[in-house]
Design a protein around this ligand. Sequence first.
Ligand code: FPP
Length: 238
Amino acid sequence: MFFKKKKQTVATVDERLKHIAFIMDGNGRWAKKRSMPREFGHVNGAKNFKKVIRYCGDKGVKIITVYAFSTENWKRPKNEVDAIMKLLSDYIDDAVAMVDENNIQLHFLGDMSIFPPETRAKIANAEEVSKDKTLILNIALNYGARAEIAHACEVLINNGKTAVTEEDVSSALYTAHCDDPDLIVRTGGDLRLSNFLLWQAAYAEFYFTDTLWPDLDEREIDKIIDEFYSRKRRYGGL
Ligand code: FPP
């Protein structure tokens, strides 16, 4: 007689899965399926973002990175861009207000020079007041990986470097404060990186799902984590 083996679910993660990065795709389609404007998808995407952060943090993940707004996303209609910016701004206000309860150390990855001084001050303040917290949350905002690498080169040149190591480049990226992602998850069905963490993704595992971002739930996150633990990471060795 055969008994079906219960599927293993990893209760808490260890140092093998310190950092998960998410490409939160599919908000627009999620709204369209409900005959609602795209902004409605982003509102629900932002709600789910908070749930996912909490769940991953509870699982013991130490670093979470999300792709919130790319350098290309400015091409979207103004009302959609404004809606995403408002959600981000509201999130920063909440995160600062709840900094002790949530234990989140905020970082913004990207070129912040595009934002007006008051927005930059708000971002800098959120990073400053959360700097002693232990769950690192990187929000990629006006972010593009090629621009990030070019910016890192510029930083190194300005520092007088004439020879450059991989460590030098890593230390000049927006992610200098944290380890590279172990796992990159993309929702929404597309099988590409879309200019996200190109340097940092060198040894990451990838997980692509058709699930639209607002629908990514705890059960699927458990499944993704189980899948991660079933893979063998060889880093080019045997
Ligand atoms: C991609 O879905 C999503 C975005 C470009 C924006 C992501 C923004 C949020 C989740 C809300 C704000 C974020 C935070 C951190 C509070 P899409 O619009 O490209 O979806 P589609 O492919 O179905 O059109």
